[in-house]
Design a protein around this ligand. Structure first.
Ligand code: SF4
Ligand code: SF4
Length: 359
């Protein structure tokens, strides 16, 4: 890692040059919510002025640049008795500006799943290696809990990461490409003062979290509470809309469909992102549904996020962005569900009758 300090004015010049010469996306204000608060999404940008660097959070995560909602995996062409398969997994280079530390941590988790397993995804790899990622730190929102998940800072997974130290950015440069792009612009080595400002900034971010979730031992609690009435309580509220998985930066479940051309001369195999909360997620041929109940589907989403992955990869898959909680029309969020599970376990251990499901 190489560290530099750059003035914000010079950094804007750098961004102008970068987005002027590349296909680039950054956070932009797209709407306001009912309270008049800005809603941000990643959108195409052609100048630094279009990028809302001071944004709070994007409603959807940056996952869709790497895992599009729908993509064609392959195409088959039939020629008489012969057939051929076409697989297109190239990706054009893009620049992605303004990712938060937890969003980059989410990409590192997706890397583990989609690149480091027995069957790496060439589709994901093509996009990941052709994406220049610029991260930027921020003060947490009132409901962010990424510190609880230890993802409020990120050491890898980006080309360049900017920490706001007042009039300047403290840059962490993590790729030769970023280093050579920056050479054209005025920057300097950080000194004692800038190092102190960086530490102060990091401490401020750490102290600003207002939402904490106790996640230690959570995989065990999930095991113990497998049949807990907590799942029924929250499942009864769930609308099965799947929005939580769509906005989540680490949910990657999908379905595959095959469409045949009417003239029988070819077919297309498509992958579509899916959610384990959707009613037919566990439905198989013949119509049997292994998870017909809302509570069971909700439970398995939490198991995947906080237990299954922890068992296989020694980390929970949730990064604590709380996008799922913000988007859920039924008011279901990780903090309340996990706290209920903990209380339920406590009440079973102590015999306390005020369990969360009796309220
Ligand atoms: S967003 Fe809320 S209501 Fe919709 S599937 Fe997820 S938990 Fe259920
Ligand atoms: S808080 Fe919700 S949306 Fe964010 S990573 Fe965790 S499960 Fe996904």
């Amino acid at each position: 890692m190489i560290y530099k300090v750059i003035s914000k004015t010079e950094f804007n010049r750098f961004l102008d040059a970068l987005v002027g010469n590349n296909t680039a996306f950054g956070p932009c204000r797209v709407e306001s919510n009912i309270q008049g608060e800005a809603i941000y999404q990643f959108r195409p940008v052609t100048s630094a002025a279009e990028i809302a660097l001071e944004y709070s959070v994007t409603a959807s995560s940056a996952k869709h640049f790497f895992l599009p909602f729908r993509e064609e995996l392959s195409r088959f062409m039939f020629h008489g008795e012969e057939w051929e398969q076409l697989v297109a997994c190239e990706a054009d280079p893009i620049v992605l500006i303004g990712l938060r530390a937890c969003d980059i941590a989410a990409l590192n988790i997706l890397d583990d799943v989609l690149l480091n397993g027995n069957f790496p995804s060439p589709y994901y790899l093509a996009r990941r290696k052709n994406t220049f990622v610029i991260g930027i730190d921020h003060l947490p929102l009132v409901d962010c809990f990424c510190k609880s998940m230890n993802h409020h800072t990120v050491p890898t997974g980006f080309n360049l990461f900017c920490s706001d130290i007042g009039e300047e950015y403290y840059l962490s440069i993590n790729s030769s490409k970023a280093f050579s792009f920056l050479k054209e612009f005025e920057s300097r080595e950080p000194g004692t003062r800038e190092n102190r400002l960086l530490m102060e900034r990091r401490n401020l971010i750490k102290k600003s979290f207002q939402t904490e979730i106790e996640v230690s031992g959570l995989p065990d609690i999930l095991d113990i509470e497998f049949d807990s009435p907590v799942w029924e309580k929250w499942g009864a509220k769930c609308l099965n809309c799947g929005s939580c998985a769509m906005v989540c930066p680490t949910c990657y479940c999908y379905s595959v469909t095959e469409s045949f051309a009417c003239n029988q001369q070819g077919s297309s195999r498509q992958k579509t992102l899916y959610s384990c909360n959707l009613v037919d997620f566990a439905q198989v041929a013949g119509g049997h549904n292994f998870r017909p109940k809302n509570g069971d589907r909700l439970k398995y989403r939490y198991y995947h996020q906080h237990r299954g992955f922890a068992e296989n990869a020694n980390q929970q898959i949730c990064v604590g962005c709380n996008r799922c909680g913000r988007t859920c029309l039924a008011g279901i969020n990780p903090k309340d569900v996990i706290n209920d599970l903990r209380m339920e376990k406590e009440s079973c251990t102590t015999g306390d009758s005020s369990s969360p499901t009796s309220r």
